[in-house]
Ligand binder design. Structure first.
Ligand SMILES: [Zn+2]
Length: 99
């Protein structure tokens, strides 16, 4: 996903948030749920940086990395977290490899 695609995704999220504010939820309670599902799904498409808190405490345990959204550790080299569907951003680790 490039920068332009991420921007489009963020823009879509904002539009859905605005639409949610203006829809008549009292008349159609399912609409609120619908908007929440769409916004949540779009947010998962925006790559979230992999967390490695152990990295800060112990340099020897750097291999432990996990999904920043749900905490799943079974994400090795994966584009999406198999547990929650969050798109993962490995950029920081790829950059480290070149250092
Ligand atoms: Zn996850």
């Amino acid at each position: 996903m490039n920068k332009k695609e991420i921007e489009s995704c963020k823009e879509a999220i904002e539009q859905f948030k605005i639409s949610k504010e203006f829809c008549f939820i009292e008349e159609n309670p399912y609409m609120e749920k619908f908007y929440d599902i769409v916004i949540k799904a779009l947010k998962k498409q925006i790559p979230l940086q992999i967390r490695n808190p152990i990295n800060m405490e112990c340099k020897y345990n750097r291999k432990v990395k996990y999904c920043s959204n749900c905490g799943n550790t079974g994400i090795k080299n994966m584009k999406y977290c198999p547990k929650c569907g969050q798109r993962l951003d490995w950029k920081v680790y790829r950059e480290e490899e070149y250092m």
